[in-house]
Design a protein around this ligand. Structure first.
Ligand code: IYR
Length: 224
């Protein structure tokens, strides 16, 4: 390796093989209880839990460790109302034609439509932004690398952290999402990447059959 500053790895934990097997099975059993939920309770969720989950997301690997992401955690009813109004406006255009027949057909088993009441009722919306320019320090304006991959991984960490904390989430990608930049007052360098809805499930929360069908190990993997 080229010369660089480094510290010894001092927080790695090695488990006995039997425990590794148990932990990998337990992780699978736990993560398979994660579902995209569209019925949220308005029960409050303390800010500190969301902060911890965002801190967890911030540990994700990224191109050159530039961490090209910004998370806007929205709790304000007024801001949530603006997000709902704009998202529903765009979604109406989508469902009333822009999507096209094939896309609408693909969404039919999920039962989705342009109404997004959870954007106002859920305690937290987390708008995730990607940054084209940046660096190790927030003031840096260097090129960022593998921005989509990096922000995608961080979003995965965030969903996992929220699930592990005992919350349910929905990944929402209204199209176009640029209204989020305006509402959240984000700079030109950033693009809205995804909107996560987080909170407790409503009592009548359900999981569409279509969404709980997962491909088998054989279908999704090849071992060489
Ligand atoms: N953004 C729309 C449509 C939608 C698109 C996909 I791909 C989904 O997996 C689910 C929904 C909406 O949120 O309704």
């Amino acid at each position: 390796m080229r010369d660089h500053d480094a510290d010894p790895l001092n927080d790695y934990i090695e488990y006995p093989l039997s425990e590794m097997l148990k932990r990998s099975e337990q992780f699978y059993q736990d993560i398979k209880r994660r579902h995209s939920i569209r019925q949220f309770s308005d029960r409050p969720v303390p800010r500190e839990i969301i902060e911890n989950c965002i801190k967890a997301a911030g540990t994700a690997p990224s191109g050159a460790n530039h961490q090209p992401w910004h998370f806007v955690a929205i709790h304000s009813s007024d801001v949530k109302k603006q997000v709902r109004e704009q998202a529903e406006l765009h979604e109406r255009g989508f469902y009333e034609g822009r999507a096209g027949e094939e896309w609408l057909e693909a969404l039919r088993p999920l039962g989705t439509d342009a109404d997004k009441p959870y954007l106002e009722h859920a305690p937290w919306l987390i708008a995730i932004f990607s940054q084209k320019k940046g660096g190790l320090s927030v003031e840096d304006q260097n090129t960022n690398y593998y921005v989509h991959e990096s922000v995608g991984i961080a979003t995965g960490f965030l969903i996992n952290a929220l699930h592990s904390s005992g919350l349910v989430t929905l990944t929402h990608t209204p199209k176009p999402m640029s209204f989020l930049s305006k509402i959240c007052n984000r700079p030109d360098n950033e693009r809205a990447y995804m909107l996560l809805i987080a909170g407790y499930p409503a009592e009548n929360a359900s999981v569409p059959h279509h969404a709980s069908t997962k491909k088998s190990l054989e279908d999704i993997s090849t071992f060489l």
